[in-house]
Design a protein around this ligand. Structure first.
Ligand SMILES: Nc1ncnc2c1ncn2[C@@H]1O[C@H](COP(=O)(O)OP(=O)(O)OP(=O)(O)O)[C@@H](O)[C@H]1O
Length: 613
């Protein structure tokens, strides 16, 4: 699943959630500070063009002149026009501070993204450099740079930008690390998106707001540092600047007390406006988070599910009863796979041991077993999504004639599996809510993968997404399309994820406990949707579950796992009627406790509706 940066545009027009900008506009301090900054920015661009005099033009006959029609704010100690010097100084001060922030962002942001997302050696080296830069005293470095390279404010601000880049690096890195493990990032990977797209769409959107706040603060710090240097007389004397004007005013405090006021007011107003704007953005974001929390609680309280279209089981191909494994052509072969993790003492803990099974086209294979039996690890191996520290110790995996894992390899071949995920192999996760990115509408998260994997235009992808939402039984597809994940219920979120999974018309779906996180009544509806789609689209499915009822309801064959090993496999009918292994008997026994043992299956091998889910 994915979403786009241009989600901001949609969010702005969405009636469901007011955009942050709108919240910002409701804050008078933020509006005033933005207006001040906008005016200063325009003056920085056009100041020298509208200045009545040149920045160094001096009327030597009129030093420290009072305000007049020729010099609105008077002249300085050298007879230079204060208004003109303020306008030139605004350009120098504002633009050089922006250069400083731009350099800091250009270095810190990409480095933080890469270090946070990939970790490893780059993270170590970048972290070390950031630590070293942060330990250097900026003022001393700037003084050294001035004496080595001259008094240019541009060079000083460029160097200062490098000194400030670790701030962005650390901020970005920790934000990325906090979302890197989120399930919606995994889900985006499963949907077939490249790392670059995941970083651009899901990760960058998380760091965007803190970066804006940090930038407002960095520009303020840059202005105060350069004004400080210029006040000390360390600036470029040939260029007008706010700091040098404060210096001139300070030296003539008794002769012309008003001279110091204009540059001090400008410095104070600019830094104050930047800080207030940063606070305003932070408040707007916090309001949004509070709003989200309130709405989600309300959704849960009212059990907001709009939809239910029970899909009829009629028409389903008879699947149970055929004792033999797949009769059609083979889609997936997992052969003797073993997975382990290193313990602190270096020994290997095997969590999946010699697991083999096959899935034919259009066949549903249930992997059942208690928690920790290795079901999900097996599923992740097929998807190529095992954690980095997992070691494949044996076996091979073949999908439709393509080997994604050859015998002897310790890792799944990502270059191959990446081309299959989201296109030919799809994934339905256990926790629907965590697999949707809270920053983007449901519609966005369906449209983007369609554009990427199916190369559809935005309009076509949008139409298809609405069609898919209707297909999974959502009554008002447009409303769900426009909603954010926190505005829909868990059951609806799972339907959305099912829609996303079938969007690429895959040959194989891996569904990992797709109903476990849902309310019991919703579980049955979601299973109906899944069964119906699987049948209609003829997809193969690996259904991971701890619930034999789910297997009985939907699967053709079952693989029973215990402590990482397959203990029994066979058609659902035979395993349910005559479980051979004591563990299978125990699992079935616990499920059927207090129930009629054979209510699952009728004598003729058909399934009775209303069997345990
Ligand atoms: N990153 C990891 N590092 C070490 N051990 C792990 C890791 N991930 C999973 N395991 C171990 O692998 C074993 C199998 O886990 P798996 O998630 O496949 O179980 P499961 O049968 O799917 O159970 P559940 O339904 O609870 O998810 C467990 O004992 C688990 O502790």
């Amino acid at each position: 699943m994915t979403s786009a940066l241009d989600g901001l545009t949609d969010a702005a027009t969405s009636s469901v959630r007011p955009h942050i900008l709108r919240r910002l506009l409701r804050n008078p301090l933020a509006v005033i500070s933005s207006t001040i900054l906008a005016i200063l920015f325009v003056l920085a661009l056009i100041g020298p063009m509208i200045a009545p005099y040149g920045q160094n033009f001096a009327d030597v006959a009129q030093p420290l002149a009072d305000p007049s029609s020729a010099h609105w704010l008077g002249t300085d100690s050298a007879g230079r026009d204060v208004v003109s010097r303020l306008l030139f100084g605004t350009q120098l001060t504002i633009l050089s501070a922006i250069v400083c922030a731009a350099v800091a962002i250009a270095i810190g942001l990409p480095a933080g993204l890469l270090a946070g997302y990939y970790g490893g050696r780059f993270d170590g080296v970048a972290g070390w450099i950031a630590g070293m830069l942060m330990s250097l005293p900026s003022i001393i470095v700037l003084l050294a740079v001035r004496s080595a390279l001259g008094p240019s404010v541009w060079i000083s601000m460029l160097i200062f930008g490098i000194m400030l880049s670790p701030g962005y690096f650390r901020l970005t890195r920790s934000a990325v690390q906090s979302v890197r493990g989120e399930l919606y990032v995994d889900a985006a990977r499963v949907a077939g998106l490249s790392d670059a797209r995941i970083i651009a769409r899901h990760i960058l959107s998380v760091v965007r707001a803190p970066i804006i706040i940090q930038t407002a603060i960095v520009v303020g710090v840059a202005i105060s540092i350069q004004a400080g240097l210029q006040f000390l007389g360390l600036g470029d004397p040939s260029e007008a600047s706010w700091g040098s004007m404060v210096n001139d005013g300070f030296r003539n405090l008794f002769n012309a007390p008003g001279l110091i006021v204009p540059p001090v007011v400008l410095i104070g107003a600019t830094i104050g406006a930047l800080v207030l704007l940063a606070n305003g953005i932070r408040d707007a974001l916090e309001d949004r988070a509070k709003g989200k929390r309130k709405r989600s609680t309300k959704d849960i309280a009212t059990g907001a599910i709009t939809v239910v279209t029970p899909v009829q089981q009629a028409g389903r191909a008879p699947a149970v009863g055929d004792e033999a494994a797949p009769s059609g052509d083979e889609l997936l072969r997992v052969d003797g796979i073993g997975i382990g993790y290193r313990k602190p003492d270096g020994s290997l803990r095997t969590v999946v041991d010699d697991v083999s099974f096959t899935v034919a086209r259009g066949e549903v294979v249930g992997i059942v077993g208690e928690s920790g039996s290795g079901k999900s690890q097996t599923a992740f191996a097929i998807l190529g999504l095992l954690p980095d520290d997992a070691e494949i110790v044996s076996g091979s995996i073949e999908f439709d004639g393509t080997r994604t894992l050859a015998e002897g390899q310790t890792k799944v071949d990502q270059s191959i599996v990446r081309t299959l995920r989201g296109k030919r192999i799809a994934y339905i996760p256990q926790e629907p809510m965590s697999n949707l990115d809270p920053n983007f509408t449901v519609g966005h998260q369906l449209v983007r993968p369609l554009q990427v994997t199916k190369r559809m235009t935005k309009a076509a992808a949008r139409a298809r997404a609405l069609e898919l939402l209707a297909m999974v039984g959502i009554k008002d597809p447009q409303r769900t399309f426009d909603a954010y994940p926190h505005e829909i219920s868990g059951g609806m979120a799972q339907r959305v994820l099912i829609a996303g999974a079938v969007a690429g018309e895959p040959d194989l779906i891996i569904a990992d406990e797709p109903t476990t996180a849902l309310d019991v009544t919703v579980q049955a509806e979601v299973l109906d949707v899944l069964r119906d789609l699987q049948h209609r689209l003829g997809m193969g499915m690996v259904l991971v579950t701890h619930n034999f009822g789910v297997v009985a309801d939907i699967a053709d064959r079952v693989v029973v796992m215990q402590a990482g090993r397959v203990v029994e496999t066979g058609s659902v009918r035979s395993v349910l009627r005559e479980p051979e292994h004591p563990y299978t008997q125990m699992l079935l026994g616990s499920m059927l406790e207090g129930k009629e043992p054979m209510t699952l299956l009728t004598a003729d091998g058909g399934r009775r509706a209303g069997g345990p889910r």
